[in-house]
Design a protein around this ligand. Structure first.
Ligand SMILES: [Ca+2]
Ligand SMILES: [Ca+2]
Ligand SMILES: [Ca+2]
Length: 824
């Protein structure tokens, strides 16, 4: 009792302190102050400002001066113009600015015992336009707070699972400007916007009074606290606590005391990383165990337990774990059970932590690409009705076709310049584009570059592996796709045909490749639901009033038609020419008419693109052309002998490996030094991080780089098994299927027998669901030392959105891995 008592005293005495990484820390609590800034536009805006990592989970973010009760993705964000760390006062000060309103503020965060004080300072009063709109906000992650209790000034309430609070409407003139002047909402001609009303108002708020791991108390004597539900406006909204800044005042205008509760002596449970898909008997099997830096158990042994078919459990193997060392905020040890080769069902036990079960079996990799090719890809076929059993995934989208985009500095990184580079006038219908193509990702545009990637990936898959798998019915004539209904045609050929149909139509109708076929208005860009209902299916007719439909029922005054962004990019045209040449080769004998159309456009685009860009970029673009037309042999591989730097090997080895089948033995021999260099590159990851793969630190997590790495390792092994041994090919599979930081779930939806991730940023994300076969970007890095992949909150695209380019790249990775495993 005495010892417990003393420990409690020690813990109560532990204060938040400013650490070397410039955030406030005590055991179980990290408070970050603009370690990550807002971006404005493309980057996810739910990743910035003042953030709290609470018992290992980043549950609070968005602390900043904001201009809305519940800011959406495209509401204005403050620009951080300065950040000062003052170690003497134990405080961090940031200067924030809204250029649109010439509005500056400062936020000073100071450690005060176990709490932080967050204060807003103004040198000039809030501008009149923002009076009553500018406020200090902070946001709480709904999936970690819903169904939990809160208390405001002694009044209790429960945070709702679904947004059901109240709203009012206000004149649009009162709404602060949104990103580039766009609007996230369709006001149906009312000229009013929706504003949520608070769930509660007062001066002392406790969030999650029923959960010590999530309990945060906020109090303010000088300002009123309001609690809002951001999901009233947007499904990806968070719970928001806000104090409106007073008008006409300067100096310290709002002061909050924020105290995140810390569970005494809290230690994060070990995360045992292993492959949820399982292992084949002969492969290396190493679990990576991620440990809290305060975890006293950094050594000891782990066991591999076997679940026998008679219901008994036995210890199959036991060994000491080996220390790897620290990597960012955690420590890592490894448990090597490679010696266990007996097929069976196993789990890992380390201390009190046991994993779910997994297989050791010859066939664990046999089905790793099926969900992606049979389910994810056909669901992303645009301009088709797509059905599966009793369920319709979507009707036929965009029946009204695509209009020529006018000049626009647009969203989603798109733009249209002053000229159209086409024979069409702005807003004129460009005929014939509503055919074929694939939805980009969690959104529904046809991103031309990504659609070219899809074709490259499927053409490579076809030419390397000739997969005859037929699980999908595709009728271009009926514009109808049915999953799990074989139609006698290999699905991959049908996907290639579908991709070519759109891209060739672009070349024929526009004269060159579009940048994108995308949404004209922001209010339908964030669409969640049936793709066929994004637009009304009627041609836009500006002579009609908004929302009016013509007497013949074919036109409407609603400006919802999609746009084609048509500024000419010869480099993109060259890429398309390359892929058209390859596609024609594949489609010959399957769809000769389409193969002829593709070849005709390839020849024309190539000639025109080269003529358009004489001069310095010519050589580079010829190389791009060769990269993409990878099997035609136009890339002569001369770069191989000129390789001097290892970064060239990393970048170019795949292209050179792909050229081997068309080359002589001497060419392959010339590649040997490059492959040896690549092996050094592979091994460099063994010391860079505990997982042995390239881990990205960008705002979009690094699965594409990991897949690229995996594909190159696989081909280096296929062509040079004496240099790159077979053991290397399992690195990326382990990472994808569960051996990674944060949690041990498979990053591929439904793949990973026992525990794939549950939620992804697919177009069904509002249902907290996934589209099978999706590959998550994975592990998102938040500065300065936190990796994250939410599995209860799908809405952060940098960690949970799958793309057509990435998911078809996964098909190549998976196909090549299966090929290596099954041809042993
Ligand atoms: Ca897009
Ligand atoms: Ca088929
Ligand atoms: Ca329309």
């Amino acid at each position: 009792m005495l010892i417990l008592f003393l420990q409690t005293i020690v813990c109560w005495g532990q204060n938040l302190t400013l650490n070397d990484l410039e955030y406030f820390e005590r055991q179980g609590v990290n408070v970050l102050v603009f370690s990550n800034s807002f971006n404005g536009g493309f980057n996810d805006e739910k990743n910035s400002g003042i953030e709290i990592i609470h018992h290992g989970v980043r549950t609070v973010q968005g602390g900043a001066v904001r201009l809305n009760n519940t800011p959406e993705q495209w509401d204005l964000v403050p620009l951080m113009t300065d950040r000062k760390v003052n170690r003497e006062t134990g405080s961090i000060e940031v200067a924030l600015r809204y250029n649109d309103y010439d509005f500056d503020s400062r936020i000073v965060v100071t450690a005060k015992g176990q709490a932080v004080e967050i204060a807003v300072w103004l040198d000039k009063p809030v501008p009149e336009k923002l009076a009553g709109e500018a406020g200090l906000n902070i946001e709480f992650l709904p999936s970690q707070y819903w169904l939990k209790t809160y208390m405001m000034d002694g009044r209790l309430g429960r945070l709702p699972r679904y947004a059901t609070s109240q709203t009012v409407t206000r004149p649009n003139s009162e709404k602060p400007r949104q990103f580039k002047g766009f609007k996230t909402y369709d006001d149906r001609g009312t000229d009013r916007f929706v504003d949520p009303l608070p769930l509660e108002t007062g001066h002392r708020l406790s969030m999650a009074t029923d959960d010590p791991s999530r309990l945060v108390t906020i109090s303010s004597d000088d300002a009123e606290l309001k609690l809002f539900d951001g999901r009233m406006l947007a499904q990806n909204g968070w719970f928001v606590v806000r104090s409106v800044l007073p008008t006409g005042k300067t100096g310290k205008v709002v002061t909050w005391t924020v105290e995140p509760h810390a569970i005494p002596n809290w230690i994060r449970e070990p995360n045992i990383g292993f492959s949820q898909v399982g292992y084949i008997p002969e492969q290396p099997k190493v679990a990576v165990i991620e440990l809290d830096k305060n975890d006293p158990v950094q050594t000891g042994s782990a066991s591999l337990m076997r679940l026998n078919p008679d219901g008994t459990t036995e210890e199959a193997f036991k060994a000491d774990v080996k220390a790897w060392g620290p990597y960012y905020k955690y420590n890592y040890v490894k448990f090597d059970f490679s010696s266990v080769k007996q097929p069976g069902v196993y789990y890992i036990q380390y201390g009190k932590t046991r994993t779910n079960d997994f297989l050791i079996d010859e066939h664990v990799y046999d089905k790793i690409t099926d969900a992606t090719t049979d389910v994810w890809v056909p669901i992303h076929m645009n301009h088709m009705y797509v059905t599966e059993g009793y369920r319709t995934w979507h009707g036929e989208p965009f029946k009204e076709g695509y209009l020529q985009a006018p000049e626009s500095d647009h969203f989603d990184l798109h733009s249209q310049g002053k000229t159209t580079d086409t024979k069409y006038k702005p807003y004129e219908l460009i005929p014939g584009l509503n055919v074929g193509g694939f939805f980009d990702a969690g959104d529904f545009d046809i991103e031309t570059g990504s659609n070219i990637n899809v074709l490259q990936n499927f053409i490579r898959t076809w030419e390397l592996f000739h997969p005859q798998r037929d699980e999908t019915f595709v009728s271009q004539q009926q514009r109808y796709v049915e999953l799990h209904r074989p139609d006698g045609k290999p699905d991959i050929l049908q996907f290639i045909e579908h991709g070519v149909l759109n891209l060739v139509a672009q070349a024929e109708q526009i004269g060159h490749m579009s940048q994108t076929l995308s949404n004209s208005v922001l209010d339908n860009y964030h669409h969640l639901g049936d793709a066929a209902s994004i637009t009304d299916g009627l041609h836009y007719d500006p002579s009609l009033k908004p929302y009016e439909v013509s007497a013949d029922g074919k036109r409407s005054g609603t400006p919802d038609d999609m746009w084609a962004f048509t500024n000419r990019n010869p480099r993109l045209d060259l890429q398309a020419a390359g892929v058209f040449t390859s596609a024609a080769r594949v489609l010959r004998g399957y769809n000769d008419a389409l193969a002829d159309r593709a070849l005709a456009q390839a020849d024309r685009l190539r000639k025109e693109a080269i003529a358009l860009q004489s001069g310095s970029r010519f050589t580079r673009d010829r190389q791009a052309d060769a990269d993409n037309d990878w099997l035609t042999g136009t890339g002569d591989g001369t770069t191989a002998s000129a390789l001097r730097f290892s970064r060239d090997v990393v970048r170019n080895l795949q292209t050179m490996l792909d050229s081997i089948p068309m080359k002589d033995a001497a060419y392959k021999q010339k590649l040997r030094p490059a492959v040896k260099q690549y092996l050094e590159y592979i091994h460099s990851f063994d010391t860079q991080n505990p997982y042995g793969v390239p881990i990205g630190l960008g705002n979009w997590a690094g699965v594409n780089a990991v897949l690229n790495f995996g594909i190159t390792v696989n081909y280096a092994h296929i062509y040079f098994p004496d240099i790159v041994g077979k053991d290397e090919v399992y690195r990326v599979a382990n990472w994808l299927y569960g051996c990674h930081p944060y949690h041990n779930y498979s990053f591929v939806a439904v793949v990973g027998a026992a525990r794939p991730k549950q939620v992804f940023y697919g177009n069904n994300r509002a249902d907290f669901s996934a589209i099978p076969g999706n590959v998550a970007p994975g592990l998102l890095f938040r500065k300065p030392d936190h990796f994250e992949n939410y599995d209860d909150w799908p809405f952060l695209w940098g960690q949970n959105e799958g793309t057509i380019a990435g998911n078809t790249q996964y098909v190549i990775f998976g196909s090549s891995l299966k090929n290596i495993v099954n041809n042993q």
